[in-house]
Design a protein around this ligand. Structure first.
Ligand code: MRU
Length: 345
């Protein structure tokens, strides 16, 4: 039994586990160019907010190694172009922008091109290593909150393969499993592209966690009939007031948690907080291709020319969130003030 990971940095090469193919094939891809990284993010070969940010950071740092610029100003201009290009890959998760901003800041006062190249690689490695540390810490805090609970529901995959390691919402299950704590996880399949069915079920099975799959529409019945005690989810962007964007269907679960009077937890590292926006109203929701809904596998399941609305995320208002679990601790009251104190500059 082991906790799977999806991003490797080996001999200056970025290698990712192709999440589109899981669990049917376990295939690793080397991403050579910035176009490869952009394509991998858009096509969900690498997905999950922190994993996207780590791959993006290596992608930008790697691209910069090939610039022919002789002066630092020319170098920074090329870097800026690639930065803008990569940020355009997926709009909702803020972690990618956060990571690329960190890379840009790391070279602002560097005077030589050679030095800037090595600083960028080191900053990407720092982001990767920190994410693992932060996820572990999120898992420890989550365990303190959920230690007396057994049956927990989740949606999408906010797991080890969506981060450097451990995951955010799934970290407590991995850590719990290592320590002999038995959780029963109920994973919503997560239409349209089945991150729950394909990825969360696979990931938890790999580390020996008891996981049961349900379809998204079974959530209310399952909470009631199986006695679900808590719901925990990840996040793609958290506004200054605690409103949280996460995979489409998350808000349904939050409302259900309220109706059934069980806690609804969001787990996320500091890179997911966006204090430039006051509320979730300002979060851009990615809309994806209709084929994700009209085709399952190779099979079209709808009449031709079916009109489709396919938002990839929704925004759960902070009032439905019992607590936000971060690497800096648990936020369970006064969201605006606490978020500002912990994550403001
Ligand atoms: O479209 P995806 O699969 O990238 O969406 C992922 C999620 O919504 C996750 O819950 C979120 O990014 C947190 S991953 C630790």
């Amino acid at each position: 039994m082991s906790i799977p990971t999806s991003i490797l940095w080996e001999k200056n090469k970025l290698i990712i586990l192709d999440q589109r193919k899981l669990p049917i094939e376990i295939e690793y891809l080397t991403l050579e160019t910035i176009e490869d990284v952009y394509d991998a993010i858009v096509k969900l070969k690498v997905r999950g907010a922190p994993a996207i940010s780590i791959a993006g950071a290596y992608g930008l740092a790697n691209a910069a190694q090939k610039y022919n610029a002789n002066t630092i100003n020319d170098f920074l201009q090329e870097l800026q172009k690639d930065y803008v290009y990569l940020i355009g890959s997926r709009p909702t998760a803020v972690n990618l922008k956060w990571a690329l901003n960190r890379l840009m800041s790391s070279v602002q006062n560097i005077e030589s091109v050679t030095k800037a190249k090595s600083v960028l690689i080191q900053e990407a490695i720092n982001i990767h290593e920190e994410d693992e540390e932060f996820c572990k810490s999120i898992g420890e805090y989550a365990l303190t909150l959920l230690n007396d609970k057994t049956k927990v529901m989740t949606i999408c995959n906010a797991g080890s393969i969506a981060t450097a390691k451990y995951g955010t919402a799934l970290a407590l299950f991995h850590l719990g499993s290592e320590r002999g704590k038995h959780f029963e996880v109920y994973a919503c399949e997560t239409r349209p592209v089945f991150q729950g069915a394909r990825l969360t079920v696979w990931e938890l099975q790999q580390s020996g966690v008891d996981v049961t799959l349900i379809t998204d529409s079974m959530a209310a019945h399952t909470i009631h009939s199986k006695g679900i005690e808590a719901i925990i989810v990840g996040a793609d962007r958290i506004a200054a007031n605690g409103d949280t964007a996460n995979k489409i269907g998350t808000m349904n679960l939050a409302i259900l948690a309220k109706a059934f009077d069980i806690p609804f937890y969001v787990a996320a590292p500091s890179s997911t907080f966006d204090l430039t926006i006051n509320s979730g109203e300002e979060i851009i929701i990615e809309e994806r291709n209709a084929d994700e809904i009209t085709i399952i596998g190779e099979q079209r399941i709808t009449p031709p020319n079916t009109k489709v609305f396919n938002p990839a995320f929704d925004v759960t208002p902070a009032k439905y969130i019992t607590a936000i679990i971060t690497e800096k601790g648990i936020i369970d009251q006064n969201y605006v003030d606490t978020i500002q104190r912990l994550f403001g500059n």
